[in-house]
Write a protein that binds this ligand. Structure first.
Ligand SMILES: CC(C)(COP(=O)(O)OP(=O)(O)OC[C@H]1O[C@@H](n2cnc3c(N)ncnc32)[C@H](O)[C@@H]1OP(=O)(O)O)[C@@H](O)C(=O)NCCC(=O)NCCS
Length: 138
């Protein structure tokens, strides 16, 4: 198992994983063009897990100079519960710490058990305005 940086050649595999996990809700946030932009963003870490030449997981997040946050983590259903999620979280946390982060947060839809096992504790709630125009004056 190798955890490495995402490249644009991984797009189809990443979309397939997100769809298989019902995490592909908004193409403008998670689709191919968004992935390209994230991979070019200096604040972002966008990693994939590769097993025998196949991309089986992804994780992405940002570090703003003070706080680090993981926005999305996904392991293909056929490869879950084999320690891949844990390896990806550890690698992104290692990279954030190398940049200077002292804490890392995660946006968790649904079951939080995996994150509890990795040492995360609930502190604040994350709320979202989608589309962003919801918070802009009309
Ligand atoms: C959540 C997810 C990323 C975990 O990845 P994974 O590779 O299956 O997790 P791991 O095998 O590394 O599990 C690490 C530990 O968490 C536990 N765990 C993993 N998923 C769990 C779940 N859904 N419920 C309870 N415990 C879970 C494992 O049993 C393991 O525990 P152990 O240390 O006692 O053995 C993966 O299941 C997934 O993609 N789920 C669908 C999408 C999702 O919910 N993403 C997270 C929010 S962005």
């Amino acid at each position: 198992m190798e955890i490495r940086d995402f490249t644009t050649a991984d797009i189809d595999a990443v979309v397939a994983i997100l769809k298989a996990n019902q995490q592909y809700g908004h193409a403008d946030m998670d689709g191919p063009e968004a992935m390209r932009k994230v991979s070019q963003c200096q604040a972002a870490e966008f990693l994939v897990a590769e097993h025998e030449g196949q991309v089986v997981g992804l994780i992405r997040g940002t570090f703003d100079g003070s706080r680090a946050i993981i926005y999305l983590a996904s392991v293909h259903p056929h490869f879950q519960r084999q320690g891949i999620g844990r390896q990806m979280v550890r690698e992104i946390a290692r990279r954030f710490r190398a940049r200077g982060a002292v804490a890392v947060s995660v946006i968790v839809p649904g079951n939080a058990e995996f994150w509890h096992k990795l040492g995360f504790r609930q502190t604040t709630r994350v709320m979202q305005a989608y589309p962003i125009d919801e918070v802009l004056p009309r």
